[in-house]
Design a protein around this ligand. Structure first.
Ligand SMILES: C[S@@+](CC[C@H](N)C(=O)[O-])C[C@H]1O[C@@H](n2cnc3c(N)ncnc32)[C@H](O)[C@@H]1O
Length: 188
């Protein structure tokens, strides 16, 4: 791994990026749920903290120890240093999986998506939130992240959805403003 940009801003990350709306997560993920939830590339646990509930175990997996140290301070989250491309979990072990604003940062996006699908239970939901690269604002962000040598690589929600073609999954895309969500439900 090169310079850990996220480890550097981790102490201020939650204040800089704030929280998003719980009703939105509940609707897209069909929460609450009993069982295990994985937040892959979950960083400080900013979103995991919001969606945790009494009936589920929430695991935050991330590559940056600096980000995970912030997640560790939050009650009810288990943290794990791991690459999203090669998750140390057995097949079909999570009821819900999210990857929020992290897919464009990983080294191998296809491997990440397929490994997330591997650990998703039948009937489970995988939610991928990404800035929508088809929007002008996001194109500017992509250039800024290049300048900061962040190795980002944005792909459109249509390309993300295409990775699940041929797999036992129902895939939907939602967009709002400059954000896109790809929702993957694994067939029973
Ligand atoms: C923009 S942050 C998003 C953090 C969190 N999902 C959120 O929305 O608050 C991107 C995160 O992806 C992590 N990351 C980047 N590449 C990764 C990889 N290959 N495996 C695991 N985590 C990775 C970074 O360390 C960082 O914490």
């Amino acid at each position: 791994m090169g310079f850990d940009h996220f480890g550097w801003i981790a102490p201020w990350y939650d204040r800089l990026f704030g929280s998003s709306q719980l009703e939105h997560w509940n609707r897209l993920l069909k929460l609450p749920v009993e069982g295990r939830i994985l937040d892959a590339g979950g960083g400080t646990g900013r979103v995991a903290e919001m969606i945790r509930c009494g009936t589920c175990e929430v695991v935050v997996a991330d590559l940056s120890m600096g980000m995970l140290r912030q997640a560790e301070k939050k009650a009810g989250l288990s943290v794990l240093c791991s690459q999203t491309e090669n998750l140390p979990f057995t097949e079909q072990s999570f009821e819900r999986i999210i990857i929020v604003d992290a897919l464009h940062h990983v080294l191998n996006q296809r491997e990440t998506l397929l490994d997330l699908f591997r650990v998703l239970k039948p009937g489970g939901r995988l939610l991928i939130e990404e800035p929508d690269i088809r929007q002008f604002k996001v194109k500017i962000l992509a250039v800024a992240e290049k300048v900061l040598l962040m190795r980002s690589h944005f792909i459109s929600p249509v390309i993300i959805a295409g990775v699940f073609k041929g797999l036992p999954a129902r895939v939907e895309i939602e967009t709002k403003g400059s954000a896109a969500w790809v929702i993957v439900e694994r067939e029973m």
